[in-house]
Write a protein that binds this ligand. Structure first.
Ligand code: PLP
Length: 461
């Protein structure tokens, strides 16, 4: 008879693993019938910017896992940090007037890294294990703030259609993914949506991106006036919408949004789960767009995805009120998990030593912008645009008129499959093909990635 440990031993082959996967594993955002028909692609190991599948294919990871692995794969010092912390103190809670060293040091470090806005610092950090939990925290936190400010009627949070803020009930409600709302009887009350600033879908004939950016921002003002400004608690948005398809707002959008939130005195939440930690060439994306958030959501690349960690950076304007207001009845067992925080500290140190945000800003992102723009010469590509180290292109049926495919999802999925076969991970969001590669990429790596994408586009033709 097998010993219990034998029964947990890895299956001998990828096929056996696929069968087990199909029998037992409920995957996130997955059609399980389609998955069972093909079998999941088994990823076995990774190094630098490359992943390998069980059939031995080497694939350039153009998505950094899932917008996470900014420092690249195989970084020994992150594993060492986890190992050391697990042996020293694998876990202790931070409830009930106790604390541990890693989250304290990490909160202080993040507070140092985040530039002040209008002279006010991000003094405090609330830790979670994911971006979704962090945005749930934001819902509780802004409502608590307005209660303490003597304005309990300020409950409504405004968000945008096609935004992604996570998958828990409140985070999915904040998000603007209709397919998620339909399945979950969402959004929960007190959440309203406005249109996203997607120029290529929503522009009027002859409208410039600049004019569109201002018009799109004013949808926020219209919504505030419709609800009643005295009832609005906050506006939440991703600086660049990631999961929605890398929707890069025109330069005029964020300044106008800032004017509007200032005018009506509502809190601004910058959801930087994707955009922070060097992705746009800065530690935090609000620096790039010159916006002044009160709360900043982070997750993913804070540990380069090596272990789960998320949280909310809280500006002192809000933190002072919260801290003076008695107990905030909210928290997770793993708020400030010592191992996750130790890995985050090691990751930030590594990113700082290698000057990754600066390297992106001054070298890699401008080079990617130039190389990615050239993809617009491909007969299938209507638009190719980048912002820092995220990029998206639109697959078109008619290049001259930017005529779109009637079956947007089908063309995207076909192209995505060709990308895998060619050896590069791209994600399809409708007819937008998007990337967010590791920030350690060199110019030569970018050349390799662009060649692979071009070949995948050829195969899609
Ligand atoms: N916010 C944004 C902007 C995201 O892109 C994501 C995930 O992709 C989340 C929140 C949710 O984060 P998580 O999947 O860690 O819960």
């Amino acid at each position: 008879m097998n010993a219990p440990t034998d029964r947990l031993a890895p299956p001998s082959s990828a096929r056996a693993l696929q069968a087990l996967d199909s029998a037992h594993f409920l995957h996130p955002f997955t059609d399980h019938q389609a998955l069972a028909a093909k079998g999941a692609r088994v990823i076995t190991h990774a190094e630098g910017i490359w992943i390998w599948d069980a059939d031995g294919h080497r694939i350039l990871d153009g998505m950094s896992g899932l917008w996470c692995v900014n420092a690249g794969y195989g970084r020994r010092e992150l594993a060492d940090a986890a190992h050391r912390q697990m042996l020293t103190l694998p876990f202790y809670n931070t409830f009930f007037q106790t604390t541990t060293e890693p989250p304290v040091r990490l909160a202080a470090r993040l507070s140092e890294l985040a530039p002040p806005v209008d002279g006010r610092r991000f003094t405090h950090v609330f830790f979670t294990s994911s971006g979704s939990e962090a945005n749930d925290t934001n819902v509780r936190l802004v409502r608590r703030y307005w209660d303490l400010m003597g304005q309990p009627q300020r409950k409504v949070i405004i968000s945008r259609w096609n935004a992604y803020h996570g998958s828990t009930v409140a985070a999915a409600s904040l998000g603007g993914m209709r397919a998620m709302h339909e399945q979950g009887d969402l959004p929960i009350p007190g959440i309203e949506h406005i249109q996203q600033p997607y120029y290529w879908d929503l522009r009027e004939s002859g409208e410039t991106p600049e004019a569109f950016g201002v018009r799109a921002a004013r949808w926020l003002e219209e919504k505030i006036l419709e609800i009643g400004p005295e009832k609005v608690a906050a506006f939440i948005a991703e600086p660049v919408q990631g999961a929605g398809g890398v929707i890069i707002p025109p330069a005029t959008y964020w300044p106008e949004i800032q004017r509007i939130v200032d005018r009506y005195g509502i809190l601004l939440i910058s959801d930087e789960v994707i955009c922070a930690f060097g992705r746009l060439g800065h530690w935090f994306a609000y620096e790039k767009f010159g916006i002044k958030p009160d709360l900043v959501t982070f997750a993913k690349a804070v540990t380069s995805g090596y272990v789960p960690l998320g949280g909310v950076l809280v500006n002192e304007r809000v933190a002072q009120v919260l801290c003076a207001g008695g107990e905030f009845t909210h928290g997770y067992t793993y708020s400030g998990h010592p191992v996750a925080c130790a890995v985050a500290l090691a990751n930030l140190e590594l990113m700082e030593r290698e000057a990754l945000p600066q390297r992106v800003r001054e070298d890699t992102a401008p080079y990617l912008a130039q190389r990615f723009a050239a993809l617009a010469d491909h007969p299938l590509v209507g638009v190719a645009e980048t912002c820092g180290m995220v990029a998206g292109l639109i697959l078109v049926r008619d290049k001259a008129t930017l005529g779109r495919f009637p079956e947007e999802w089908a063309v995207g999925m076909t192209c995505r499959a060709h990308c895998f076969d060619t050896g590069v991970v791209m994600r399809a969001v409708g007819d937008r093909m998007i990337i967010a590669p590791p920030l350690i990429m060199t110019r030569a790596d970018i050349d390799t990635m662009i060649d692979l994408i071009w070949r995948a586009l050829d195969a899609t033709l």
